[in-house]
Design a protein around this ligand. Structure first.
Ligand code: FAD
Length: 498
């Protein structure tokens, strides 16, 4: 081959490399390979795919991810990186301003497109639009896909063309109007770029930093959960095979594993709602199965409703949707708030829930309602304090679900429980934890108390307490407030804003 022809080939090869279409897939809270529209379309359209995760918590302020969320994220990124490596790819991890990082990676790889799955958080709406516009102006194709929800919050509206504020008609409309497609398959291989850009080590993100006092607060969380896409699919399979049939009757029982435990997986996008929807519907073979499936899927519907609400009322995490509650007479008792957070209110059902939350980063839904009602009604502490604590401690801490549910509990949100419905923590305990197994699991100091007193230890005689090794006020607290008085105080406070 002549010198001239080899030079020509070299130039030709170079121009092929420069013209090779490469797409950055910007992973966010969609940390999965299967049913990932941005990834699937990138693979369809490009000769190289560059998976990228950018850690930019300041862009989510004032709702930068909480501690338990960060812990989960670390493991989830680790797992996603491994999965990508197993199909010939990798996950590039960077920290910094999202737009700057995208520009850097575009320059380093000659990528000509950036694909991502749409998010719905108020803080990221403007950011994403700016990024979309900037990249397009710079000649890079920016495309957003829908992978987090079953519905598009802009498309489902009431008959009078307004966003929904009531769940039941919203859910009916959503089910009638959507034709939910089969989930997209996970790619079996991903074409790599000619040269991989540099990645930061995952450890540099410091997602699992110990608390200041160097207590390993995540040890039980680590033992209980398996973050990542394969953990998510195993959990979904186990739930459908073993527990779904009894969901309607057992979902309210914190002493049984009746619910799916899918919330952190859905929150981090290790599983899509479409995957859950299709798997559950494929399982149905008869009327009792249909009933169980409908009961479960309506909870997925509440997740959709929460996102619908946050999209249309972005102030949901900050102020009451029903305006009269803006003038509600909340108290500001830091010591009572601390006792609630630490599970030391003296009401076993409340304390068990708060301790489960601290230990596992998760709490059963029924108990979330009980502790929420207790904080806002028995202690008259603003729901925002509860929302903040959950935000930092839940592995499923999700802006839409958390805000909607705290406003539901406090009576000020869309389709909320009226404020005058005040949960009695004793009867709630007796009804949903009849043997006291849940309380005994999370409050070992009450383990030997007879079931009759397990939800009201202060009614036990000194002999019974002594036999159970309990000294009220020392080994376990006296009730922080009297139930009947607290209830009256809450109803009086409600009268003032009527
Ligand atoms: P399942 O009963 O198996 O439900 C399946 C899925 O449906 C859940 O994983 C979740 O994605 C969704 N879902 C269930 N209940 C609700 C609901 N009431 N509202 C919205 N979606 C729901 N859920 C979160 O994911 N993140 C939160 O930050 C959150 N904060 C909450 C705060 C309060 C005060 C209350 C009362 C509830 C909160 N929830 C939150 C809703 C609910 O408690 C959890 O989704 C549920 O306990 C998760 O357990 P699971 O996956 O076993 O639920």
């Amino acid at each position: 081959m002549s010198l001239a022809s080899s030079a020509l080939l070299l130039t030709w090869g170079l121009s092929i490399r420069l013209e090779m279409s490469a797409t950055i897939v910007w992973f966010r809270n969609d940390l999965r390979l299967a049913d990932n529209p941005a990834l699937f379309r990138a693979l369809e359209k490009s000769e190289a795919v560059i998976p990228l995760f950018i850690w930019a918590p300041e862009e989510e302020e004032p709702w930068a991810p909480g501690g338990a969320h960060r812990w989960w994220l670390h493991s989830s990124l680790e797992s996603l990186k491994e999965s990508l490596k197993s199909i010939g790819s990798d996950l590039i991890i960077r920290r910094g301003s999202s737009l700057n990082v995208l520009r850097e990676v575009i320059n380093e790889t000659n990528a000509n497109a950036v694909f991502w799955n749409q998010g719905y958080l108020p803080a990221l709406r403007d950011r994403d639009s700016i990024i979309d516009k900037s990249l397009s102006e710079e000649g890079v194709t920016a495309r957003r896909f829908s992978g987090r929800l079953l519905h598009d919050p802009e498309l489902i509206r009431t008959g009078s063309d307004k966003p929904y504020r009531v769940f039941t008609p919203f859910w009916k409309n959503l089910q009638a109007s959507l034709d939910i497609a089969e989930p997209l398959p996970a790619p079996s291989s991903l074409p790599a770029p000619g040269k991989w850009p540099a990645t930061d080590p995952l450890g540099d993100l410091e997602l699992t930093a110990f608390a200041q006092d160097h207590v390993d607060w995540a040890s039980q969380i680590r033992a209980f959960w398996r973050p990542g896409e394969s953990g998510a699919n195993d959990r979904l399979d186990a739930f459908v095979d073993e527990a779904l049939i009894d969901y309607a009757t057992r979902r309210n029982r914190p002493d049984k594993t009746g619910s799916s435990l899918l919330s952190p997986y859905l929150h981090h996008g290790e599983l899509s709602p479409r995957q859950v929807w299709q798997k559950v519907n494929a399982w149905v073979q008869n009327a009792p199965m249909r009933e169980a499936a409908n009961s479960f899927l309506s909870e997925i519907g509440w997740r959709e409703f929460a996102y619908h609400s946050l999209w249309h009322f972005p102030a949901l995490p900050n102020k009451p949707l029903r305006e009269k509650y803006a003038g509600f007479g909340w108290t500001d008792d830091a010591e009572q708030l601390r006792r609630w957070q630490q599970g030391r209110t003296g009401y076993p059902m409340v304390d068990a829930g708060m301790r489960q939350l601290w230990a596992l980063g998760w709490m059963h839904n029924r108990v979330r309602m009980i502790v929420g009602s207790f904080l806002t009604k028995h202690l008259l502490i603003h729901w925002k304090h509860g929302q903040d604590w959950f935000w930092d401690t839940l592995v499923d801490g999700d802006l839409a679900n958390n805000a909607l549910n705290w406003q539901w509990v406090a009576g000020s949100g869309p389709d909320a429980q009226p404020f005058f419905r005040i949960f009695n923590p004793i009867t709630q305990g007796e009804r949903y934890d009849p043997e006291g197994a849940y309380v005994r699991e999370w409050i070992p100091e009450l383990r030997d108390l007879p079931t009759k007193y397990i939800h009201k230890p202060w009614e036990a005689s000194p002999d019974v307490l002594e036999n159970a090794g309990i000294v009220l006020g020392t080994t376990y607290p006296e009730p922080i407030v009297d139930h009947a008085q607290a209830r009256k105080r809450a109803l009086d406070a409600l009268e003032l804003i009527k």
